[in-house]
Design a protein around this ligand. Structure first.
Ligand SMILES: Cc1cc2nc3c(=O)[nH]c(=O)nc-3n(C[C@H](O)[C@H](O)[C@H](O)COP(=O)(O)OP(=O)(O)OC[C@H]3O[C@@H](n4cnc5c(N)ncnc54)[C@H](O)[C@@H]3O)c2cc1C
Length: 450
């Protein structure tokens, strides 16, 4: 959670390595690359896709066609690394809003009350977030971004105790030496295979099956209308949706269904699915505004995935893993980019303590927050009995309490604010268990019965 980790402070990093290589130039790779530039003379970020300056949904990031909410850790890290980022989002046509007033969140049978404090929230398409971030990273003198470079493996030293570079195919296979290699290739990361081939233990992997699918369209938005909507399903309802204002005077409208209740990709079916959601706000947008063409993007997401690198007792020097390659979360909670940002912040603090034993120190630090985010995601998923995998102990009791928090948050702006700050990954879920919160939630429960 953002509140657990000290903010980015480049003066803390004095270590100087020669060359670091990051594999993957999506959000986790860009965050990591920028952080490494404080500690290495040169950083090279490789991606198998071309990396044009345009705002594109690249082949390697097919989820980019769908709504991407930037939660607070992602927002704060982008501002800290690239001051003025929010202003650039606005200048590019994105929306900088106060989510407490402008993002209507429907959950547990009603809308959540307005928070007392302002909750800043940047809204844009995922390609815009990536374009702005990539531009900033490319402007760093010590960082080289190289597209069309498909990384085929890591290079090990003669003793097999350290990774000393990568091999990649540009036109032909090439080797690139590095003091540190960071795998940011997303949930299909091949690091576990490489470890196995080099006789290292592989991380335990946990899959939590949710059988989810997204369908997404873009819809014209009057420029003065900067309202966003999110409908979170509660059992037994399996479908939800969101409409987020973005650049080019559009809403990006995503509907989703879990446990096989997948939204269709034809316009009539899409509209009918949206009309069946528990609140009419999204179907009203679809009915009252022009659609940006008939193309409906689809993305199936079978399972969240967590790889427990922090538990390994042997891991090569010179290698790290970050982003979705460690933890890929059910996307309806909007956590992935912010989890990648928090990984980068942990990497920053790990580097501040030197490069000795970097991997275990980084994995331990990152796990402190990833475990909490994972439990939040998985805990919510286990509200549904169809969810597959290992249910963490205490989940049912916490979910019961959480449903009371949500009920109280419909009326009580203090409860609404704490609940929203937890969802935004600002503070730990334990913030919902303070004496003040328990009192307010209990009073709401009593009021509901009288
Ligand atoms: C449908 C959907 C919706 C989502 N919505 C949200 C949201 O609302 N908010 C949010 O914060 N997150 C969301 N996410 C998650 C978010 O997209 C990721 O967490 C985020 O992109 C960080 O992932 P990453 O950089 O680790 O990996 P990825 O984004 O998967 O990128 C991996 C990169 O590695 C490159 N690559 C892979 N293999 C190689 C190779 N061998 N050689 C060179 N390059 C390689 C790929 O081309 C790609 O650029 C969503 C995800 C999905 C699936």
């Amino acid at each position: 959670m953002l509140s657990d980790v000290p903010r980015y402070d480049p003066d803390r990093v004095s270590t100087r390595g020669e060359h670091a290589v990051v594999v993957g130039a999506s959000m986790a790779g860009l965050f990591a690359g920028r952080i490494l530039a404080d500690a290495f003379d040169r950083v090279t970020i490789l991606d198998r896709d071309p990396l044009p300056d345009e705002r594109v949904a690249r082949r390697g990031v097919p989820q980019a066609n769908h709504v991407h909410a930037l939660l607070e850790p992602g927002r704060v890290m982008l501002e800290d690394l690239f001051p003025g980022y929010g202003e650039e989002v606005r200048e590019a046509g994105g929306v900088v809003m106060d989510a407490s007033k402008k993002l209507d969140l429907y959950q547990g049978g009603d809308f959540i009350a307005e928070a007392q404090e302002e909750l800043p929230f940047y809204c844009a398409s995922r390609p815009l977030f990536e374009q702005l971030t990539r531009r900033h990273v490319a402007e760093c003198a010590d960082i080289t971004l190289r597209g069309d470079c498909h990384v085929t493996g890591f290079v090990a030293d003669d003793e097999g105790t350290a990774v000393t570079g990568v091999t990649f195919v540009e036109r032909e296979e090439t080797k690139l030496d590095a003091d540190l290699v960071v795998d940011a290739t997303g949930r299909t990361s091949r690091t576990p295979d490489w470890l196995e081939r080099h006789r290292y233990p592989t991380p335990r992997t946990e899959d939590i099956g949710v059988d989810l699918a997204y369908s997404t369209v873009a819809v014209d938005r009057p420029p003065e209308n900067e309202q966003g909507y999110l409908i979170v399903p509660s059992p037994p309802v399996t479908r939800g949706g969101t409409a987020v204002p973005a650049e080019d005077d559009r809403w990006i409208v995503t509907v989703f269904g879990r446990h096989g209740d997948h939204p269709p990709t034809d316009p009539e079916g899409f509209e009918a699915f949206a009309s069946s959601l528990p609140a009419p706000v999204i179907s009203e947008i679809l009915a009252n505004h022009e659609w940006d063409g008939d193309e409906i993007h689809r993305y199936p997401f079978p399972a969240s995935k967590r790889r427990y690198y922090e538990d390994l007792d042997r891991f090569p020097d010179g290698l790290l893993v970050t982003g979705d390659a460690i933890a890929s979360f059910n996307p309806i909670y909007g956590q992935g980019m912010s989890a990648a940002a928090l990984d980068a912040l942990h990497l920053h603090h790990a580097l501040a303590n030197g490069r000795e034993n970097l991997a275990p120190r980084f994995f331990d630090r990152a796990a402190n927050t990833l475990d909490v985010v994972w439990r939040m995601t998985v805990g919510s998923d286990f509200e549904y009995p169809e969810t597959e995998g290992e249910k963490p102990a205490g989940t049912d009791a916490f979910n019961r309490y959480l449903s009371w928090v949500v009920d109280a948050a419909h009326e009580d702006s203090y409860v609404a604010e704490q609940f929203t700050r937890v969802l935004r990954l600002e503070v730990r879920p334990t913030a919902l268990l303070t004496p003040g919160m328990l009192g307010r939630v209990a009073s709401a429960k009593v009021r509901a019965y009288v």
